[in-house]
Design a protein around this ligand. Sequence first.
Ligand code: SF4
Ligand code: SF4
Ligand code: SF4
Length: 272
Amino acid sequence: MKRYALPMMMLVIFETIAVTLWLTMDQLFYLFNFSYIGISIALGIFLFIKKYKHARRVTQLLVGLYMLVYLGFISRENMQIEGFWYYLFTGVFEAATIHYAVAKIFGPLLFGRGWCGFACWTAMILDFLPYKVPAGPRRRIGWIRYVTFAASLVFVAALFLAHVGNIEKIMFWAFIIGNLLYYGIGIWLAFAFKDNRAFCKYICPITVFLKPMSYFSLIRIKCDAGKCTSCGKCKRLCPMDVDITDPSRKRKNGTECILCYECVEGCPRNAL
Ligand code: SF4
Ligand code: SF4
Ligand code: SF4
């Protein structure tokens, strides 16, 4: 049973969030929403334990498509960072603000960047591209994420300051156009840099929240120095250039770890 502690734990965490939000906000939607996400995540981890090759991809598609198609296109909720700013400025704690609080701001204290490995609808598409392992060294252009972060904030703040009417409709179109841009730039960068996750490394504004919070993550992969032979395979397999053999929180690119478990699967010594 010890093997199944992690999926059980994720299920309990998400079910607690589901029931708490359902009762405090008096909206049945939250019970459905977070139960569905919790079950999808627990299923993915369970399949991984069972050594199913595409376990992570199953969860990525279940959660990513639900959020993109159902919440975004059908329910017209902007779950991107602009939607977060929008709800924050209106002082409403629902939709994107709850999503950000759970998945991208406070959740990473517990499960790191599990969102990036298991649920993000942008990475859901990028992970289909051919460059699972980066072909070259990391580039020093990570500062771009602060520009995109600031641009998203200024865009939404400007709408409020200019008293633009019908911001909800603008937010819906911002979601459509924003996603098209993310996919377009993400796919182009993946081919240009021969690296599926180039968008995550250099452009994504959400990493401004994710990186510092995941530094303190409770769930993290550790290396058993007694088993490790320093063969370097884990570093070669890592899509995010993390030095996972270093046990400290200051490990190289440590806040880039997306908990994809490629290193764990690939380690010939079961040291991770
Ligand atoms: S870094 Fe951004 S685009 Fe990449 S998986 Fe995380 S949230 Fe998605
Ligand atoms: S793949 Fe395993 S044995 Fe090789 S360096 Fe990484 S942790 Fe150590
Ligand atoms: S260190 Fe392992 S789990 Fe983290 S991103 Fe790299 S391969 Fe994935």
